[in-house]
Design a protein around this ligand. Structure first.
Ligand code: ADP
Ligand code: MG
Length: 211
């Protein structure tokens, strides 16, 4: 397969993600109200609106410039735990994609792997801690195996969305071991993690864009 995604495709992914976050702003904050401080949807919506405004102002020409702008905007506007974590993920994706203007499924998988590694380095969470990683790690693994099998972007992303949604749902019975939700101990059990929910929206946005 020589299916590739252009910078315009990556740009529409980011914009579709901003739209999904805006659409789900209240439900993301409701999830966070149950096990945190109720600001996750508002945090992410503020950041993604600012990111779209920054992209409108000066459209980046490479994948690295695009994701760097997104990452820096998210770090400086989102705050909380998720600002530095999602911001780091976007910055690492940008560095991994580099100056490419046509991204293959294998490159996209490698980019998201780098983003995942960045979140782990920064937040020190492990699988099963009830965080965004519990949706992202299975999604990245699905992208990698799809790319290795020669799947095109649409097929790889369908599998990644499905893996992310399963990972998101699997956070419900988990006990939170990182972030604000961990202060609740046993009372965090039975609630879906907001950050994992946002990760599933990020993957869904790529399918919706379409790339
Ligand atoms: P805050 O907790 O500061 O209010 P948000 O509400 O925006 O920040 O984000 C909460 C989300 O951040 C959680 O649902 C979880 O997925 C994620 N999170 C928190 N701590 C970590 C961590 N150490 N590693 C990975 N993800 C984390
Ligand atoms: Mg919060």
């Amino acid at each position: 397969m020589d299916d590739t995604v252009s910078i315009a495709g990556l740009d529409s992914w980011i914009r579709a993600f901003a739209e999904l976050v805006a659409e789900h702003k209240d439900s993301l904050s409701d999830l966070d109200a149950a096990i945190g401080d109720g600001d996750h949807g508002a945090n992410m919506d503020r950041g993604m609106r600012a990111a779209v405004a920054a992209l409108d102002e000066s459209p980046p020409a490479t994948a690295k410039a695009l994701f760097s702008k997104l990452g820096m905007t998210v770090v400086s506007t989102v705050g909380g735990a998720s600002g530095p974590l999602f911001g780091t993920m976007f910055l690492r994706i940008g560095s991994a994609l580099g100056d490419s203007t046509e991204i293959s499924p294998a490159q996209l998988a490698a980019g998201l792997r780098a983003g995942l590694d960045g979140i782990v380095a920064r937040g020190k969470a492990e699988p099963g801690d009830k965080t965004m990683l519990d949706a992202l790690a299975p999604a990245v693994a699905a992208l990698e195996s799809a790319a290795a099998e020669g799947a095109d972007h649409a097929e790889a992303l369908r599998r990644a969305v499905s893996a992310a949604e399963q990972g998101r749902d699997a956070t419900i019975p988990m006990l939170a071991r990182k972030g604000r939700a961990s202060y609740l101990g046993e009372r965090s059990v039975g609630h879906q993690d907001p950050g994992a929910t946002t990760v599933a929206l990020f993957l869904t946005a790529a399918l919706r864009a379409p790339l």
